[in-house]
Design a protein around this ligand. Structure first.
Ligand SMILES: N[C@@H](CCC(=O)N[C@@H](CS)C(=O)NCC(=O)O)C(=O)O
Length: 216
């Protein structure tokens, strides 16, 4: 049994990022689900792991860690055998910039509690919530598709192997499809999505792989 524990939720895209990173680096871990629908993330037990009440939280090297990108940075520094950043400062900057479009711009405004608050303030319902999600996801992903088209980029977001940019992109694409974002005008992102989908580490991290439909 691994002494690394990931507290996650199958549909959480921030958790999905960490699952991909752990798998790419071939780090064995035990997953403990924290159910966002039953508000388990706001329980005293989970708040002790993460005072923000978010997933993921990773128990590793005797520490409880939060914030998916900071966790991935830590894995990169302590377990560099499979690098998740490209070589060279310019490509690293590009990969981080793409990752940040997802993790710092798209994802925070589409978080469950943010969308719920918007619906509450506007007396809206499911339609308004879906409209909000689609608006911000489509806008951010359209920009990412342009960033991914820069010449000499290779098969993935930056270069010929997956990096932090792909680790952030794939869960966001999953969310976009879930909320019905039209990706037809984003061929580059869809192609990167297909390439990642062929990789074992991505497959095993996917929401439907960690929480098969029968168990929903
Ligand atoms: N910036 C954080 C975001 C974590 C986050 O927002 N997690 C979501 C699931 S993807 C969550 O726990 N949401 C609970 C809520 O909105 O109440 C990270 O990257 O770890």
């Amino acid at each position: 049994m691994s002494d690394i524990t990931l507290y996650d939720y199958w549909r959480s895209s921030a958790s999905y990022r960490v699952r991909i990173a752990l798998n790419l680096k071939e780090i064995a871990y035990r997953a403990v689900p924290v159910n966002l629908l039953t508000r388990e993330h706001l329980s005293a037990a989970h708040l002790a792991r993460n005072p923000q009440g978010f997933v993921p939280a990773l128990d590793i090297d005797g520490q409880m860690m939060t914030q998916s990108l900071a966790i991935i940075d830590y894995l990169e520094e302590t377990r560099p055998h499979v690098p998740l950043l490209p070589e060279g400062p310019l490509d690293r900057q590009k990969a981080r910039a793409m990752a940040h479009v997802v993790a710092m711009d798209i994802h925070p405004v589409c978080n469950l509690n943010v969308a719920a608050r918007v619906v509450e303030l506007t007396n809206g319902g499911d339609r308004e919530k879906a409209d909000w999600m689609r608006h911000f996801m489509a806008k951010g992903l359209a920009a990412l598709d342009i960033m991914a088209k820069e010449p000499g980029r290779g098969d993935f977001c930056v270069g010929d192997r997956p990096t932090i940019a792909d680790i952030c992109l794939i869960p966001q694409l999953y969310n976009a499809e879930r909320w019905g974002v039209d990706l037809s005008a984003m061929p580059r992102l869809r192609a990167i999505g297909d390439r990642c989908a062929a990789i074992d580490a991505f497959q095993k991290a996917a929401p439907d792989a960690v929480h098969p439909p029968a168990a929903h």
